[in-house]
Design a protein around this ligand. Structure first.
Ligand SMILES: Cc1ncc(COP(=O)(O)O)c(C=O)c1O
Length: 309
């Protein structure tokens, strides 16, 4: 547990157990083949309300359950159960700060052979404390990765599967070893996909552009949030279309977004500085709005926040 502080109890094999007891065997199918699905959900601590607000819990659980079909997952817990378990692990943690919830559905059978159907699955869930996952003030220096994004016909990126994060780890490691903060994945056709664990937006002539759901991306819930805030609150035109690599060099602004990354402005791509090298006005406004919304300060979006006290 080098870099994380978990809550004392996790949900494992149908009950709440001390985190030390939530252990899987080395014979577990998902440990051997990466056959698991997961979510990452943030909870923001609100001083004013003295509670943790889980952001878009319902949408995260919906995405998880929708993707069961791809990995032939069947678990006893319903979507409503999963939501209730996420709330309960946070409640039991007693944390009074920002948290990150990790629900996981995984092939729990102790069996050999890379297949999906007829292999037993289980659900578990834990919570950790989490602050900012990447720099969100000064802007990130990012690099286009030499690793291509997994394609839909290899391992679908729309599915947040355990095994697909080898691809993310390769790109993130390459970028950091070369002195950058983050990576941008291209697809097999050379167009832009997303970051290692975040979606990407560019701003061109006051228009917000992001890659479409068919561009080998995880269709992010933060991406959806940003698109709605941009349209509804800032009156911006938002377009989903393929993005060419060189558009990353000539755009006015760029930013990443994701549950972990939040809204993280990009200040340079492959050492080409964007604008004046500081986060642009649209990135800043969206970042501010995003933080107001997740902290439950905007009535219109209050239904996105689930309070846990
Ligand atoms: C590969 C990838 N893309 C995008 C995202 C953003 O998705 P979300 O906003 O739903 O967290 C994530 C997860 O955080 C991710 O791992």
């Amino acid at each position: 547990m080098a870099n994380m502080e978990p809550g004392k109890e996790a949900y494992f094999e149908g009950r709440y157990v001390p985190i030390e007891e939530a252990q899987v065997s080395i014979l577990t199918h998902s440990f051997n083949y990466g056959t698991g699905l997961f979510e990452g959900i943030r909870g923001y601590y609100s001083d004013a309300e003295d509670c943790i607000l889980l952001f878009r819990l319902k949408e995260h659980v919906e995405r998880l359950v929708r993707n069961f079909n791809v990995l032939c997952m069947e678990i006893p817990e319903s979507a409503e159960d999963i939501e209730a378990i996420c709330v309960e692990v946070v409640r039991r943690s007693g944390f009074h700060e920002g948290v990150y919830i990790r629900p996981i559905c995984y092939k729990s059978e102790l069996s050999l052979g890379p297949k999906l159907n007829g292999v037993e699955s289980s659900f578990c869930c834990y919570v950790i404390k989490l602050g900012d996952y990447c720099e969100i003030e000064a802007g990130l220096d990012v690099a286009v990765s030499s690793w291509r994004r997994l394609s839909d016909n290899a391992i679908p990126s729309r599915v947040k599967s355990v095994g697909s994060y080898v691809n993310s780890s390769l790109a993130a490691t390459e970028a950091r070893q070369a002195g950058f903060d983050e990576a941008v994945f291209l697809r097999q056709d050379g167009s832009v996909a997303e970051g290692s664990a975040m979606n990407i937006f560019i701003v061109l002539d006051n228009m917000l552009i992001t890659t479409p759901p068919t561009a080998d991306i995880l269709v992010g819930i933060t991406r959806n949030t940003v698109m709605e805030l941009a349209r509804e609150e800032l009156g911006l035109e938002v377009v989903e279309r393929p993005i060419g690599r060189s558009e990353l060099y000539v755009c006015d602004e760029a930013f990443f977004c994701g549950t972990g990354a939040q809204v993280a402005p990009v200040r340079s791509v492959d050492r080409r500085v964007l604008g004046n090298g500081t986060p642009g006005p649209i990135s800043r406004q969206l970042q501010q709005l995003y933080f107001d919304v997740v902290m439950g300060k905007v009535d219109r979006y209050r239904h996105w926040c689930t309070p846990v006290s």
